[in-house]
Design a protein around this ligand. Structure first.
Ligand SMILES: C[S@@+](CC[C@H](N)C(=O)[O-])C[C@H]1O[C@@H](n2cnc3c(N)ncnc32)[C@H](O)[C@@H]1O
Length: 264
């Protein structure tokens, strides 16, 4: 019998583990803010078939599988967490190559990709690392390549700085990750200064922990497994409810966003 590789941060207790790995531990497979639906929108917003694809931070390998379903000419996943790399490797079998590296400096060849994908990984970086990762995506892409991004964003564009700060603090406190979402115009500026043109933008509610989205993302059996695991683990339940409260408290100002970016 083959056993699954351990999840990242498996040695940490439910109080200190990063929110996305806590959710994975209780059985959640979809860890990105706009859910499976926004990932599917992204994958179909640009041609993947026959293209060389690099994915930053594949996590549990869900989008890796969506991408491989489109028959790219190659798939390379890059995650800084060796355990995440093992989880994705096991999810995709022999369907692609996996590299343990930071997306800031992947070690891959310049102009070696037609499509770069990154979901739920830029928001958690500070300003200078966000920039380095976007510049690395531009370096990896061949001319006319596409960078597909799925992240958290703040709305509206002119949101008061004091509300931005409060949201960032609440996210950091409940997720235990220094999450710094940007407004759509701040994200666009970051991409444009690194040499991208914004081709399409798609907003979705941030409904990661809402029952209807969880049912759509995880299915009946998956949702039942998550509920059962949470009923059995009081510490995990407390953390998940605190994360959910942060998302619902700020739901007027937090969205998921997908960007299709063309390398100029
Ligand atoms: C919230 S999870 C998202 C995983 C997956 N993209 C998804 O949407 O389900 C964040 C992932 O980013 C990875 N990560 C964080 N910083 C990274 C970096 N600088 N380079 C590569 N991967 C990174 C983590 O190891 C983790 O797999």
């Amino acid at each position: 019998m083959t056993s699954s590789p351990p999840l990242p941060q498996h040695e940490r207790d439910s109080e200190s583990v990063a929110g996305h790995w806590l959710l994975a531990r209780v059985g959640k497979k979809v860890l990105r803010p706009g859910g499976r639906e926004l990932s599917e929108w992204l994958v179909h917003a640009s041609t993947v078939t026959g293209k060389r694809v690099v994915e930053f931070a594949p996590g549990l390998g869900l989008t890796a599988s969506l991408l491989l379903d489109e028959s790219p000419s190659s798939y390379t996943g890059v995650d800084s967490d060796p355990e995440a790399v093992e989880v994705t490797r096991s999810a995709i079998g022999g369907g692609g190559a996996m590299v343990v590296a930071s997306a800031r400096e992947t070690g891959l060849e310049s102009a070696s990709a037609d499509v770069v994908v990154g979901e739920a990984m830029l928001t958690m970086q500070g300003d200078s690392t966000k920039r380095q990762i976007v510049v690395e995506a531009a370096r990896l892409l061949d001319s006319d390549g596409r960078y597909l991004v799925h992240e958290l964003c703040l709305v509206p564009d002119d949101l008061d700085d004091s509300i931005k700060t409060e949201i960032r603090k609440d996210l950091a406190r409940s997720i235990r990750v220094n999450a710094r979402p940007l407004t759509v115009s701040e994200w666009s500026e970051l991409f444009e200064t690194a040499g991208f043109e914004v081709e399409a933008t798609e907003l979705r509610p941030m409904a990661l922990l809402q029952p209807r989205r969880m049912l759509a993302d995880e299915g009946v059996v998956g949702l039942a497994r998550i509920v059962r695991n949470l009923l059995r683990d009081a510490d995990a339940r407390k953390r998940v409810l605190a994360m959910r409260k942060t998302f619902t408290t700020h739901d007027e100002h937090i969205n998921a966003v997908g960007f299709v970016l063309r390398k100029r």
